[in-house]
Design a protein around this ligand. Sequence first.
Ligand SMILES: C[S@@+](CC[C@H](N)C(=O)[O-])C[C@H]1O[C@@H](n2cnc3c(N)ncnc32)[C@H](O)[C@@H]1O
Length: 250
Amino acid sequence: MPGHWLLASLGKRVLRPGGLALTSRLLRALNIGAKDDVLELAPGLGVTAKMTLARSPRSYTAVERDEKAARGIIRILEGTHNRCVLGTAENTGLPSEAFTTAYGEAMLTIQGAPAKARILEEVRRVLKPGGKYGIHELCIVPDESGEAIRREIEKRLSTGIHVGVQPLVAKEWRQLLESAGFRVLWEERAPMHLLEPKRLIRDEGFFGALRFAFNLLRRPDARKRVAQMRNLFREYRQNLEAIAFVCEKV
Ligand SMILES: C[S@@+](CC[C@H](N)C(=O)[O-])C[C@H]1O[C@@H](n2cnc3c(N)ncnc32)[C@H](O)[C@@H]1O
C-alpha cells in the first residue's frame, strides 16, 4: 500500500509535505474568492477542498484518480457548482479555458518526468489566460545537490513509501513551471515534518493525533512502516523541504 494511503488508513488526513500551514499560505497567495472557478487536482481526503469551499468560489471541481477518495470528496460537496470527477490529472476530460484557478498538492512529486510535463500541459489547457496555478510539493535542497545523493534519495523514498517519488530541486520546479508556459509569482518553503509529533498535532488536531497514535498501537505492521518512513525523512532532513509556488498562465 502506498505510504499516503497507509497514513490515511491510520486516520491521517493531511498528506502533503509542508502541512496545513504551507497550504494556508498557498491558498492566501492564490487569493480564491467568489469570482473564481477552481480546479483541484488530487484532493485526497479533501482537507484543502474544505478550506477552498470556505472561500465560496463560484465553482469547485476536483479530479481524483482514486475511486474511494473521489467518493469521499463527493460526500463533502454541496450545490450544483461543485463536483468531483474520477480521472487523471494528465487527461481531465474538462473543457479548455474553464478555470480561473488550479492547484494540486503532493501529486507532481509522485510522477515521473513525462507525466509531470503532461499534467502541466493539461493544467495550462484548462486555465483561462492569466489563470493562477498553485503547487505544494517535495523539494531537494540545496539546488546544487549532486546526482548521486539525488538518486539515492529517490530510491530510498520510493522503496520506503512504496510509490515512485521524484522530487526536484527548487530551481528545477521553477524551470518546469516556466517551460510549461507559466510565470512564477510566489514561492515559499516549509520544513518536511510530515511525521514529526509537533506537526502531527498541528495538522490533525490534538484528538486527531491521539487517534493516529492509538491506531499505530493497534497495528504493529503499520507502526513499523510509519517508523521506517519517519526515520527516512529524518535521515535526509538536510536534503528535504516542502516547497510551494503560485504562477500564472502566460
Ligand atoms: C500524497 S496524496 C496527496 C493528497 C492531497 N492532495 C493531500 O495533500 O493531502 C496523492 C494523491 O494524488 C492522487 N493522484 C496521484 N496521481 C494522480 C493523477 N495522475 N491524477 C489524479 N490524481 C492522482 C492520489 O490518488 C492521492 O489522492
